[in-house]
Design a protein around this ligand. Structure first.
Ligand SMILES: Cc1cc2nc3c(=O)[nH]c(=O)nc-3n(C[C@H](O)[C@H](O)[C@H](O)COP(=O)(O)OP(=O)(O)OC[C@H]3O[C@@H](n4cnc5c(N)ncnc54)[C@H](O)[C@@H]3O)c2cc1C
Length: 430
């Protein structure tokens, strides 16, 4: 099937590649990419960088920050010369202040690349900028895995406020209410998420998700439920399908969920979602956002610790092939579901566009990682949505570290693209 499509995939992929904005227009970003490339070549440096990024919000002073940084760098068996210089700087008090300030600015700059603002209101300018270019957005309130009911209540209240804020911002930009689009995480809606007792977490989260669905319906906004690690999958899927199957939600709001192609069981999950969609027809239809999955390292480590075989594909090519197979199944199932393909991989995206051949399709990218692809897609007239995390640096750490992991992984498409791999290689069948 995919081999017949190859000429069309190459045509779409080459046209998108030619539409990428010029890299030299954003020199700061090029600096970031060099730092990422350096970390990608050296596993110990990568580990030190992540531990440092993780500890940054907890540091009380620049001096403290510089001590942590040099502490991590000291552990490296071999340091590139530029980092050796940092360690030498940290020997004096003034040197430490300068190093701490530079490191704090570096982490803040890196975080700002991925995070649209401290609050939905602060991110309004970013949203207006996207909307004015014809690009849609989905806002995600950072802060996952709550540990108390009070925290879950606060997250639910912030989500309700964000829906109001987004609906107001969309109206102020003369956009339909459906452009107010919020992504939420179930692990933030309940402290009771446990794989051994899925009913407990589901019922607790339902008590907070139901009012959000009602609010979204009143406003005409879209609510999207993200997918997290495998231990929360059953709770999340049961919760979303049960709630959206309730009579009161048959006519809205617009809502969606996420399918992760790195999971070996994902074809069976899609069977379940499509069977549900057939038995619970709703207007508008459910949006299925297809992703590869952001918790690959976590799933592999977790499974190995228990002596289980990993639930995820262990070869990147297998994962990519499954992503393409699921893309085709989803597009063939429309309009039973609405399809959103979320990837920064030019091949995966070109495959979806070629297979859709003019059928309805939304393409989604993450702010900071998929900006160029998003611009190229919009320039070529495709429907694009940028996922925009919002929140402070402390809440954003887990998100930031996941994005850094992705950016520095050997198998990552963005890594191969940054290393200058030729477009034909990037577009080759997995
Ligand atoms: C708009 C948007 C929303 C998203 N929402 C979610 C979400 O709700 N939940 C979620 O989990 N993720 C989400 N993601 C992240 C997504 O799952 C991917 O992590 C990310 O997009 C990288 O995949 P890629 O296709 O862009 O890049 P690629 O470089 O083509 O793929 C990288 C991905 O391949 C997989 N992989 C890496 N190494 C291997 C290996 N050895 N064997 C098998 N597979 C491997 C991993 O999933 C890795 O993330 C979202 C992404 C976008 C763009």
């Amino acid at each position: 099937m995919a081999s017949d499509l190859q000429p069309a995939i190459l045509e779409v992929g080459r046209a998108l590649d030619a539409a990428y904005p010029s890299r030299t227009r954003n020199p700061l970003k090029a600096i970031d990419e060099r730092a990422m490339a350096l970390a990608a070549t050296d596993q110990e440096l990568k580990a030190a960088l992540f531990r440092f990024v993780d500890v940054t919000p907890a540091c009380r002073s620049l001096d403290d920050l510089a001590r942590h940084l040099t502490g991590f760098l000291d552990e490296l068996p071999e340091r590139p010369p530029s980092l050796d210089m940092a360690v030498r700087m940290a020997r004096s008090r003034t040197g430490r202040a300068a190093l701490g300030a530079a490191a704090a600015a570096g982490v803040r700059h890196m975080a700002h690349r991925f995070i649209a603002g401290e609050s939905p209101r602060a991110a309004r300018g970013e949203l207006r900028g996207l909307w004015s270019r014809g690009v849609a957005a989905s806002v995600d309130l950072l802060g996952e895995a709550t540990v108390s009911a009070a925290e879950a209540d606060r997250y639910a209240a912030r989500c309700a406020e964000a829906l109001d804020e987004l609906a107001e911002a969309a109206a102020a930009s003369d956009l339909p209410a459906a452009d107010a689009n919020l992504s939420v995480k179930v692990s933030a809606l309940t402290p009771l998420m446990r794989p051994d007792a899925p009913d407990l977490g589901r019922e607790d989260a339902a008590g907070r998700l139901r009012p959000l669905l009602r609010r979204a319906r009143e406003l005409g906004a879209h609510l999207h439920i993200d997918m997290e690690s495998l231990d929360s999958l059953e709770t999340t899927l049961d919760l979303v399908l049960d709630l959206l199957g309730e009579e009161e939600f048959a006519g809205g709001p617009s809502a969606g969920l996420v399918l992760q192609a790195y999971l070996r069981d994902s074809p069976a999950e899609l069977d379940r979602i499509l069977a549900w969609a057939r038995s619970c027809p709703r207007t508008p239809p459910l949006v299925v956002r297809l992703v590869k999955g952001a918790y690959w390292d976590h799933e592999v480590v977790e499974a190995r610790q228990h002596g289980w075989s990993p639930p995820v594909f262990e070869s990147k090519a297998d994962c990519d092939r499954n992503f393409e197979a699921l893309t085709r199944r989803l597009l063939d199932a429309a309009p039973l579901v609405r399809v959103a393909i979320a990837s920064h991989n030019l091949r995966s995206v070109a495959h979806a566009i070629a297979y859709a051949d003019g059928r309805e399709l939304e393409l989604q990218v993450l702010r900071g990682l998929g900006d160029e692809l998003g611009q190229a897609l919009a320039t070529r007239g495709h429907r694009v949505r940028v996922y925009c995390p919002v929140g402070d640096l402390v809440a954003g750490m887990a998100y930031l570290v996941r994005r850094l992991l992705e950016n520095t992984a050997n198998d990552s498409f963005l890594g191969a693209q940054a290393r200058g791999a030729p477009v034909e290689e990037l577009l080759a069948a997995p």
